[in-house]
Design a protein around this ligand. Structure first.
Ligand code: NCD
Length: 437
C-alpha cells in the first residue's frame, strides 16, 4: 500500500482545527503534524486552502439493488458517494424485494464489499415493509445491521412501532422513521397550502409529518427504544425533536439538502424533478432547517439519494415517483447552508461525518465494517477514512456528469461553491483531484 501525505490543509478536529500535514500509511493516520517527512514513493496531495477531515457518512442512500438496477446499483451509488466525499453510506431497504431478511441484507453487503467504500445496510422494520409483522431484526442485527426502517413509508400502526422499539433497545439498534401519516398525506404530491390550491395539486400537509413525530416521541418515551427521525422537513418537526433531546430522550434526526435549499415554489414549474417525500416546504421551513443546522440541533445531513430511471420519473407531477439525487452535491449544499465562507469547519464535519457515524454506529469501538471506523477525531492511530474538501472550488452542477446511473438532480446548472478534492478510504486513494482514482 502506497503511503499518502496530505499537505498543508486545515485538519478539522471535533472542537478545533489547525493547519497540519497528515501522513497515512497501512490504512491508518500515522502522523498529524505541522510538517511530516514522507517515506519515499509516498503520494502527495496538496491540500493548501482545503479542509481535511473524516470521510463523510450518509445515513440515507437508496441504492435500488435488488430490483431497480436501471436506476442505480450498489456499485454506481458507491461511485456517486465517493465523488461526494463519502467513505461510508447506509443503503436503504426499500428495494424490490425489500431488505427484510438476513439473506437479502447479506446480498447487499456482499455487493457493497466490491466497492471501495463501506456500504452499511439498513434493514426493514416489518416484513415486506407492510407495517404489520416485525421482520427478523435480531438475525439482521447479527450481520451488523444497526439501523432499521420502513423508509418510503412510515410505520403507521403505533402498536407495531411500540413493539419494534421494545425489540430495538436490547438489540442495541436504532429505528429510523419516515414520518408521514399516510391517511393525512393520502393522494398528495406537494406541500399542502395556498400554493397547492392554486396549482390544483393535492397537498401533503406539514401535520402529516408532525403528528407522526409527536406520536413516535411518545413511543420512545414509553419504551426507551432509540429512534432516528429521517428527512425532517418542517420547522416544527426539528423543534420537537430538539426539545425531546434536551429532555434526554434517545432521539436523533437528519435533514436532507433539498429541504434546506429548495422550497415549494419550485413545484410551480410542474417539473417532477421537484417531487419528493416529504415534500419541499415553505421558505419559512427552509429558513428554520438552516437555522437548526447552524445551531447544532441536527445530528446529520443525509442525502435521501433517490435515483429514478428517466422513463419512470418523467411523468405528470402527480403521477411521478417521489425522490431526487443527493450524494454528489450534498457537501457543497451543506457548506452553503452553513454560511459558505462563514461556515464552521467543525460543524460541517459534525453534520456530514461525525454525527451520522455516531447514529449509524460506525465509529471506533462500534461494530467494525470493512474499512474500520468512520467519523474519527483526525488523530494519529485513526483508521484512514479521510476527505479533502476545497471550500474555494467553484463549479457548476450538471445532470450530464454524474456517476449515478440516474440523472434526476434538481441542481442541474446550479453554481456551487466547495468541492471534494480527494477521498482516502482505509488508506487507499479513491478520489484524486475531484475524479475517481
Ligand atoms: C424515496 C425513494 O425514492 O426511495 N423517495 C423520496 O421521495 N424520498 C422513498 C421515500 O422516502 O419516500
Amino acid at each position: 500500500m502506497t503511503a499518502v501525505v496530505i499537505r498543508g490543509g486545515l485538519v478539522v478536529g471535533e472542537s478545533s482545527s489547525s493547519r497540519a500535514d497528515v501522513l497515512i500509511d497501512n490504512g491508518r493516520l500515522v502522523e498529524v503534524a505541522t510538517s511530516v517527512s514522507a517515506p519515499s514513493g509516498a503520494y502527495n496531495i496538496d491540500a493548501q486552502g482545503c479542509w481535511v477531515g473524516p470521510g463523510f457518512v450518509d445515513l440515507h442512500a437508496h441504492l435500488r439493488e435488488p430490483g431497480s438496477e436501471a436506476a442505480e446499483t450498489v456499485e454506481s451509488g458507491a461511485r456517486a458517494g465517493a465523488l461526494g466525499g463519502y467513505s461510508a453510506i447506509v443503503a436503504m431497504p426499500n428495494t424490490e424485494p425489500p431488505l427484510d431478511t438476513p439473506a437479502l441484507v447479506a446480498y447487499v453487503l456482499e455487493r457493497g464489499a466490491r466497492t471501495p467504500l463501506d456500504v452499511a445496510v439498513a434493514g426493514a422494520i416489518t416484513q415486506g415493509r407492510r407495517g404489520e409483522l416485525l421482520a427478523p431484526m435480531a438475525e439482521m442485527a447479527a450481520l451488523g445491521v444497526r439501523i432499521f426502517t420502513d423508509d418510503g413509508t412510515g410505520v403507521q400502526d403505533p402498536a407495531v412501532m411500540r413493539r419494534a422499539l421494545t425489540y430495538a433497545k436490547p438489540l442495541g439498534v436504532r429505528l429510523a422513521q419516515h414520518c408521514e401519516d399516510e391517511r393525512l398525506a393520502a393522494g398528495g404530491s406537494m406541500n399542502e397550502g395556498a400554493l397547492s390550491s392554486r396549482l390544483g395539486l393535492v397537498g401533503r400537509p406539514a401535520l402529516a409529518e408532525e403528528l407522526m413525530v409527536l406520536r413516535d416521541l411518545e413511543l420512545v418515551r414509553l419504551t426507551g427504544g432509540p429512534m432516528h427521525f429521517l428527512h425532517l422537513s418542517t420547522a416544527r418537526s426539528v423543534g420537537l425533536v430538539a426539545a425531546a433531546r434536551r429532555e434526554g430522550l434517545p432521539v436523533s434526526c437528519e435533514v436532507a439538502p433539498h429541504h434546506f435549499t429548495l422550497d415549494e415554489g419550485a413545484v410551480a414549474t410542474f417539473d417532477p424533478i421537484f417531487k419528493v417525500h416529504p415534500p419541499l416546504r415553505t421558505p419559512k421551513d427552509v429558513a428554520a432547517l438552516r437555522a437548526a443546522l447552524r445551531s447544532g440541533e441536527v445530528d446529520a445531513v443525509a442525502t435521501d439519494h433517490a435515483p429514478h430511471a428517466p422513463e419512470q420519473k418523467d411523468l405528470p407531477f402527480d403521477e411521478a415517483p417521489p425522490g431526487m439525487l443527493g450524494l454528489e452535491h450534498a457537501a457543497a449544499l451543506t457548506y452553503e447552508a452553513l454560511g459558505a465562507r462563514e461556515a464552521s469547519p467543525e460543524l460541517l464535519f459534525s453534520v456530514m461525518s461525525r454525527g451520522p457515524a455516531r447514529v449509524a454506529q460506525l465509529r471506533a469501538g462500534d461494530y467494525r465494517v470493512r474499512h474500520g471506523a468512520h467519523g474519527g477525531p483526525m488523530r494519529a492511530g485513526d483508521d484512514a477514512n479521510v476527505v479533502v474538501f476545497d471550500p474555494e472550488a467553484r463549479w457548476t452542477a450538471s445532470r450530464h456528469s454524474l456517476a449515478s446511473r440516474a440523472s434526476n438532480t434538481p441542481y442541474d446548472g446550479r453554481a456551487m461553491l466547495g468541492r471534494v478534492r480527494a477521498l482516502v478510504v482505509r488508506g487507499e486513494l479513491v478520489v484524486i483531484v475531484g475524479t475517481l482514482a
